[in-house]
Design a binder for this molecule. Structure first.
Ligand SMILES: CC(C)=CCC/C(C)=C/CC/C(C)=C/CC/C(C)=C/COP(=O)(O)O
Length: 276
């Protein structure tokens, strides 16, 4: 009489059941009253699996198919995960843990809840509307062609940022952290998603833009860098984003700046725009 472990290993080699997937720990659906988890515990038991397979292997594979159809894919975990699966799951776990730890201004009652109004001011300083409105105003006021060229490119960068972030958010569709309170002003529908942080992309891109195209004194340059870091940090502290949303957003903002430099609009590349 083989032990359950031996019999399971033997079954696994020729058995479609070796692809059997378990409920993800992330969803935490182990409640006895939950029909989904009850169904899984019963059918995942080695005794049950061995018996049902020996009795009718076709019934077992039908059952497995039914289970897989009933479960959303993200609720499953492979029995033999690859190195990449493990690395990604670990990163996700650290991300969620750090996000929760750092969300100190997520609510008024949070540990740094009294700093929430200040953090919301920082949030507004990185919002798209003041930056676009400010650029339009400067464009209107500017009387030098060099100044107009820089501001026009900044405006182009801000609009490109809105489009690219919207596209990535729409594709990835990652929900904002559970502790976030959706009380941001002026948002698009994709802003219910959190990956990547639009504030972080804008802060990284605009700060690089300013440091490279404006003549600034050293203390102001340091302030610009600190502002970009503070805007990004505030996204996690306010509970708006996970750490990875902000880290990727910051990286994406730097890449976007590279794109703007590459496609720089100048009187020679786009004369019609500069004749206005
Ligand atoms: C101001 C003028 C003259 C025109 C406005 C142009 C316009 C339609 C701008 C849209 C700005 C806007 C609503 C941006 C969204 C900013 C936002 C809430 C991003 C989300 O950031 P995240 O860090 O939470 O991802």
């Amino acid at each position: 009489m083989p032990s359950p472990r031996v019999s399971r290993a033997a079954n696994n080699s020729a058995n479609p059941m070796n692809k059997l997937e378990f409920m993800s720990l992330l969803t935490n659906r182990t409640n006895a009253s939950d029909p989904v988890s009850v169904r899984h515990r019963t059918s995942d038991s080695p005794v049950h699996r061995k018996d049902s397979f020996n009795a009718t292997s076709s019934t077992a594979s039908q059952q497995q198919q039914q289970q897989q159809q009933q479960l959303p894919e993200e609720d499953c975990m492979k029995l033999n995960p690859s190195f990449l699966d493990i690395a990604l799951s670990s990163l996700l776990a650290v991300d969620l843990w750090l996000t929760k730890k750092m969300g100190v201004c997520a609510r008024e009652g949070s540990s740094w809840g009294s700093a929430r109004p200040l953090m919301k001011l920082v949030e507004i300083s990185g919002h798209g509307i003041p930056w676009i409105a400010g650029s339009l105003y400067c464009l209107y006021k500017s009387d030098s062609s060099a100044g107009r060229e820089v501001i026009l490119n900044l405006l182009f960068a801000l609009l490109l940022d809105l489009v690219l972030v919207g596209i990535v958010k729409g594709i990835v569709k990652r929900r904002r952290p559970v502790h976030n309170r959706m009380d941001m002003f002026a948002t698009f529908s994709v802003d219910k998603y959190s990956f990547p942080s639009g504030h972080a992309t804008r802060a990284a891109m605009v700060s690089r833009f300013m440091l490279n195209h404006l003549v600034l004194a050293v203390p102001v340059r340091i302030l610009v860098m600190l502002w970009a870091i503070l805007v990004s940090l505030s996204r996690v502290m306010l509970g708006r984003h996970n750490v990875t949303d902000v880290a990727f957003g910051f990286f994406m903002g730097h890449m976007q700046y590279g794109l703007i430099e590459y496609f720089w609009l100048s009187p020679s590349t786009l004369p019609a725009l500069f004749r206005m």
